[in-house]
Structure formats: structure tokens, C-alpha cells
Design a protein around this ligand. Structure first.
Ligand code: IDP
Ligand code: MG
Length: 134
């Protein structure tokens, strides 16, 4: 069994897509084991996106992810990380295939509805970052 971390980003929450995102994850056969609404502090956002800190869009990205409430979930199942990445689609909505969450609901970066961990190791770090210790 593997765990991953999923976040419905501010514009996804504002557009009423929390249920749609969770529905697709549950429909796939994965289990939602933790669920919370929250607002990301700028310092936590900067840590979460530290791998992008030298990009020209970093400031805009931190502003975006802290601009409103987000929905956060821990998702469990066999190969949960890769399954959820498949469900959400490519980072750029222009390259995300129709049928994926980003392919179906987003048009341009940085606005792509949802975040999901990119590896089991990252997932554990992100679960701790956003949900704290067990
Ligand atoms: P991921 O969310 O698919 O894992 P990352 O490369 O980790 O993609 O980027 C994190 C987030 O930063 C993306 O989901 C997107 O919101 C934003 N982002 C990535 N690349 C760009 C870009 O070229 N311009 C603007 N925003 C971007
Ligand atoms: Mg990423």
C-alpha cells in the first residue's frame, strides 16, 4: 500500500471542483484516508515549491497557492502516487490529455486545479508538511 498527498488548489475550490476531484480518485479505487480544508501560509508555500524557487514565476506561484482556501487529502492504494498523477494529467493544461482533471478543467499555467505528490518519498514529506505528525 502506498500513500500520496493531493491538494485542490484555490481556483479549484472556488470553482466548486473539490467533489469532482475526490470523486475521480474514489471512482478509480483509491481510498481517501485524511481530508481537510486550510489556507497555505506563504512560508509553507515557498517550502512546498522550493524546487521552483529560481523560476521567474515563483512569486506568482506562491501568491496563487496562498490566495484562498485549499482542500487537502491523503490518498491510499497500490501505486497511489502514479495512479493519482495519471488521473490529474500533465502539469501544463495545454499538454494534459482530455479525460484527465487538468485536461478537462484547466486552460493555462499556473492554474491547473490540483497538486499531487510526484514520488512516495515526496508524498511522506508533503503529508507531514500539511497534516503534521500522525
Ligand atoms: P506538478 O504540479 O505537475 O508537479 P511542478 O513542476 O512541480 O508540476 O510545478 C508546480 C506548479 O507550479 C504547477 O502545478 C503549476 O501550478 C506551476 N507551474 C509549473 N510550471 C509553470 C510555468 O511554466 N509557469 C507558471 N506556473 C508553472
Ligand atoms: Mg510537482
Amino acid at each position: 500500500m502506498e500513500r500520496t498527498f493531493v491538494m485542490v488548489k484555490p481556483e479549484g475550490v472556488q470553482r466548486g471542483l473539490i467533489g469532482e476531484v475526490l470523486r475521480r480518485i474514489e471512482q478509480k479505487g483509491l481510498r481517501i484516508t485524511r481530508l481537510a480544508m486550510g489556507r497555505i501560509e506563504p512560508a509553507v508555500a515557498a517550502e512546498h515549491y522550493a524546487h521552483l524557487k529560481d523560476k521567474p514565476f515563483f512569486g506568482e506561484l506562491v501568491e496563487y497557492i496562498t490566495s484562498g482556501p485549499v482542500a487537502m487529502a491523503v490518498v491510499e492504494g497500490p501505486n497511489a502516487v502514479r495512479h493519482v498523477r495519471n488521473l490529474i494529467g500533465a502539469t501544463n493544461p495545454l499538454e494534459a490529455a482530455p479525460g484527465t482533471i487538468r485536461g478537462d478543467f484547466a486552460v493555462e499555467l499556473p492554474y491547473n486545479i490540483v497538486h499531487a505528490s510526484d514520488s512516495p518519498e515526496t508524498a511522506e514529506i508533503e503529508i507531514k508538511r500539511f497534516f503534521g505528525a500522525e
